[in-house]
Design a protein. Structure first.
Ligand code: XIL
Length: 334
């Protein structure tokens, strides 16, 4: 498909458009598709804690370097994802040297925060100067808690100090990266308010949070433009940058069904929804400084295994790397 317009050209006046990558995406036909259409790369897994520091003090950079170097070689920007999360974090992080769990004692808390600081110095330090935005903190809000703070091991041991430490250290080691707090369901009213309150509190203390990341894992029905718009407007009142960080649009509307393939009508509906979504992003392009898809084409979607193994086709290009109605909804929204 050499004849279709490049997404990044189509969106050049609005914002950079990115994709999540796994190392194999940097090879063959997929690499050509990525280099043609996307001007930003996020490592889908390779910069997470379990990938970069599986054992304390022992770092593995091969996959992260593959993605970072591919981005650099193709003139793409790089988003960092992610420095502190409750998932894909090795068990040792939350254990004492004897293997027992860390508690909220002052000693255990100091150990956890020093591990966090060492990790960020190593990871953010390695890519410093090449990353335009870091998801410093991922999914730390839980609107079901009275205070809105997720009861992760991070929070149980260190309260909100893990966030204060993470942002402070990230700013110190990579002062040119915009520092983000990233979350899913940010278009839901209770989640939106919980995240807003946390960002407001921390920024008032001087914690260097520059932006809010909206993951936007939506589906072809549950894609409420008006609610997304309200969230963009609310965070704009804080004066923070905003990015769409993990956009995909499941072809399912529930966590139960499973199909071997989708009818053309479903993919056409998805195209209309993508068009409406990018129309919104376009109207708010002064607030949104990048939009990243969570995968370059349907053969690389995490939704083939989440929430359980089933085929899903949530992205702009199909499994043969051909443009879908979803692509045309973005590239030719007429
Ligand atoms: C996903 C990856 O794409 C999968 O390969 C992995 O098995 C699980 O994590 N929210 C996030 C991302 O912030 O890091 C997740 O990525 C998808 C949900």
């Amino acid at each position: 498909q050499t004849d279709i317009p490049s997404l990044k050209d189509v969106l050049a006046d609005d914002f950079p458009v990115g994709t999540a990558l796994v190392p194999s995406d940097t090879l063959g036909e997929k690499a050509k598709l990525v280099a043609k259409h996307y001007d930003s790369a996020t490592a889908g897994n390779a910069m997470k804690w379990d990938a970069t520091e599986p054992v304390e003090g022992q770092f593995s950079w091969a996959d992260a370097d593959t993605i970072a170097n591919f981005a650099t070689a193709n003139g793409m920007g790089l988003r960092g994802h992610t420095l502190v999360w409750h998932q894909q974090t090795p068990a040792w992080v939350f254990q004492r040297p004897d293997g027992t769990p860390l508690t909220s004692s002052a000693e255990d808390k100091a150990l956890l925060l020093s591990r966090l600081e060492n990790h960020i110095r190593a990871v953010a330090g390695r890519y410093a100067g090449r990353i335009y935005a870091w998801d410093v903190a991922n999914e730390v809000v839980d609107e079901g808690e009275p205070d809105g703070y997720r009861r992760s091991r991070w929070f149980e041991v260190a309260g909100l100090d893990y966030l204060r430490t993470a942002f402070r250290v990230a700013r110190e080691v990579d002062p040119n990266a915009k520092l983000f707090i990233n979350d899913y369901n940010t278009e839901y009213p209770a989640k939106r308010v919980a995240l807003f309150n946390l960002v407001k509190l921390l920024r008032a203390e001087g914690v260097p949070i520059d932006g809010v990341g909206h993951q936007l894992h939506v589906n072809i029905e549950r894609q409420r433009i008006g609610e997304i718009e309200k969230s963009i407007q609310l965070f704009a009142t804080l004066g923070v940058d905003q990015q769409v960080t993990e956009l995909d649009m499941s072809a399912y509307t529930n966590f139960v069904e499973s199909y071997p393939s989708f009818p053309a009508t479903t993919m056409a509906q998805q195209g209309i929804r993508y068009r409406d979504l990018f129309d919104l992003f376009d109207r708010y392009s002064s607030q949104i400084s990048s939009v990243t898809l969570w995968g370059a084409a349907d053969d690389g979607t995490w939704l083939d295994t989440f929430p359980f193994p089933r085929r899903d086709d949530p992205l702009l290009f199909d499994r043969d790397l051909q443009a879908k109605p979803a692509y045309w909804g973005v590239a030719d929204p007429t």
